[in-house]
Ligand binder design. Structure first.
Ligand code: NAD
Ligand code: 0WE
Length: 260
């Protein structure tokens, strides 16, 4: 008997089999959850549908999270197909590539607004549109990164957006807690996903992470999936508004220098 037997999970943010959202989908599925997906239209048929099929899932709907109307459409289709949502996963972010390099002070007004809209506000919009389908015991999960708290070179406007996202988690947890709905974030260490490819300095950051983190290893999408099972399940029944680190202990270091 799985920890999530019969639970229904709707997951936003699978791009390919390297995606953190895919690691979460597989882990939830392995514990018995029924999983459905929403991704940007261009990825749906070629990338996401085959992955969904591989775990027996038929629900794959396109959605640009910048559109309330498209989000509403996905929730309506989910309700028709599955009824309620037991687990809602938000695993997406976007900033202009030019804003993830050089000085943060150079960030344009529209680059700032875009990063905030896609990477932080979209969680609020997803939860608002999903709210009629959420119920006591439902769990909402998002993905964040350490650059929200401390300066990480080149992360720039995404750090500001992740700080906003983490604050959204706390305010949403306060709003939805009285309804028995929990909202948490996983702060993951660096993972080589599509969103990390071609990022200035990512390779160096990724390598030094494994040399420095207390557990002396990079983290995997399977590691994130296992913590997602905990946060999605009754195992975390009294946990809400939290940022849960899946980073091999990196965030506890005061002076992150490789030793021994
Ligand atoms: P990924 O590229 O696999 O996933 C990012 C997803 O965001 C893609 O599926 C993309 O289509 C989606 N997306 C972007 N703009 C969108 C829009 N307007 N509407 C709908 N979807 C949109 O990369 P990932 O690393 O798995 O990213 C998932 C989450 O994990 C992100 O929130 C990211 O910030 C976070 N995260 C990543 C790392 C890392 O090192 N890769 C570390 C910590 C947190
Ligand atoms: O959240 C992220 C990445 C999010 C992201 C990635 C891209 C690349 C392609 C958002 N927008 C875009 N826009 C694009 O055009 N991470 C946690 C991974 C990441 O990104 C970094 C990192 C790390 C870690 C950027 C700079 C420095 C470190």
């Amino acid at each position: 008997m799985g920890l999530l037997e019969g639970r229904r999970a709707l997951i936003f943010g699978v791009a390919n089999d390297h995606s953190i959202a895919w690691g979460i989908a597989q882990a939830l599925h392995a514990e018995g959850a029924i999983v459905g997906f929403s991704s940007v239209e261009s990825l749906v048929e070629r990338r996401v549908r085959p992955l969904a099929t591989s775990i027996g899932s038929t629900f794959v709907e396109p959605c640009d999270v910048q559109s309330d109307e498209q989000i509403r459409g996905v929730m309506e289709k989910w309700q028709a197909a599955h009824g309620q949502i037991d687990i809602l996963v938000h695993a997406l972010a976007f900033a202009k590539r030019e804003d993830l390099d050089g000085e943060f002070v150079a960030t344009s007004r529209d680059g700032f607004a875009l990063a905030m809209d896609v990477s932080a506000y979209s969680l609020v919009a997803l939860v608002r549109e999903a709210r009629p389908l959420l119920h006591p015991g439902s769990s909402v999960l998002t993905l964040t990164y350490y650059g929200a708290e401390k300066v990480v070179a080149n992360y720039n406007v995404m750090g500001v957006a992740k700080a906003a996202l983490e604050a959204c988690v706390r305010y949403l947890a306060a709003d939805l807690g009285p309804s028995g709905i929990r909202v948490n974030a996983i702060s993951a260490g660096p993972v080589r996903t599509l969103a990390a490819s071609g990022i200035a300095g990512f390779k160096k950051l990724y390598g030094s992470f494994a040399e420095t983190a207390p557990l002396r290893s990079n983290i995997t999408i399977e590691d994130v999936g296992k913590s997602a099972v905990y946060l999605a399940s009754d195992l975390s029944s009294a946990v809400t508004g939290e940022v849960h680190y899946v980073d091999g202990g990196f965030n506890v270091l005061g002076v992150p220098l490789a030793e021994g």
